[in-house]
Design a protein. Sequence first.
Length: 285
Amino acid sequence: MDRLALLRNAGKVGYVFSGGSSRCAFQIGAIEALAELGVKPSLAIGVSAGAWNAAIVAARSESRIRYYWRSFMRMPHIDLRNLLVDHSPWRFRHMHKRNFDRFIGSDRFRQPDALPLFVSVTRFRDGANVIFNVRDVDDPLQLLLATNYLPPFYTHRPLIDGVAYGDGGISDNAPYEKALAEGCDAVVVVTQKGESEGGIFKKKGDYEHVVTDPRVVVIRPRHRLPFGFTERRWEVLDALTRIGYLRTREVLLGEDHAETYVRAKGEAPSARARRILRAIIPKSL
C-alpha cells in the first residue's frame, strides 16, 4: 500500500512533531499539505518547539497556525526588564504564554472536539523521558513550556506536579511509538533533519535512528536546511513552510520540486562535534 493510501485508509492517524526551534516552521507546510490531501489526525504528539504545532492541531486550529507563528515572530524577544521577572533578557516564556492564551487557551484540550495531545519531556533528576497527556495536567501551558526548556532562553525549570522537567528532544525527539501504543494504525512523523544527513535524531546517543515500522511515514527535508535555529524573520520562515508543503507532496504523491533541493553548506555543527569526539575519545582510552 502506498503512503497516502495508508494514511487515508487508517482508522486512527497520529501526528508526531519533532523539535527544532524556528525550523519547525517546516511543519506548517506539512500540516497544510496533509489537510489538502484528506489526511485527518486523531491525536497529536509534540516535542520541544514542535509541541506548539501539535497543540494547534489538537485544538483543531490549523487554519490559524500561520497567524500564531507570525504573531510570535512580531513580538520583541529581548527586554532587559525581564531580568527582574525571569532573570533572563529573553522573553520567550512571556511570548509563548501570550500567544497560547490568545490562540488556544488552557481549557481547549478538555473540550469534546479537541484531539488528544501528548507532550514529550525530560525529567531532570534522572534524564528519563516522560510523555504526558495534556488532559492529565492542571496547567497545559506549563507542560508546553517544559518541553521547550533550554537555558539561557528559559531560566526557571518548569514543574509538573512538583517535579522539574526540560526539553523533550533530549530523551525522545520522535516518540512515534507512543502514537502506536495509543492505537494508531498509521503515524506521520514530521522532523527537520535532512535525509542526506542519515537517520533521524531520536534522542541523545541515538542520532541516526532509522524507522522500520511500515505504519510510520516520515516527512523531512532532503538536505540540511539553510535556516537558522533561531531565525525570526517571517519572510524567511514562510519560504521554509513552502518547502514543508512541497516535501510532503513529494513523500506522499511522488512529485518532484526544485525548491526542496535547497541545502545548507558544510557539515552541521552538531555532527562535526560528534565526529571530532569519536576521533579523540578512542585515542585517550
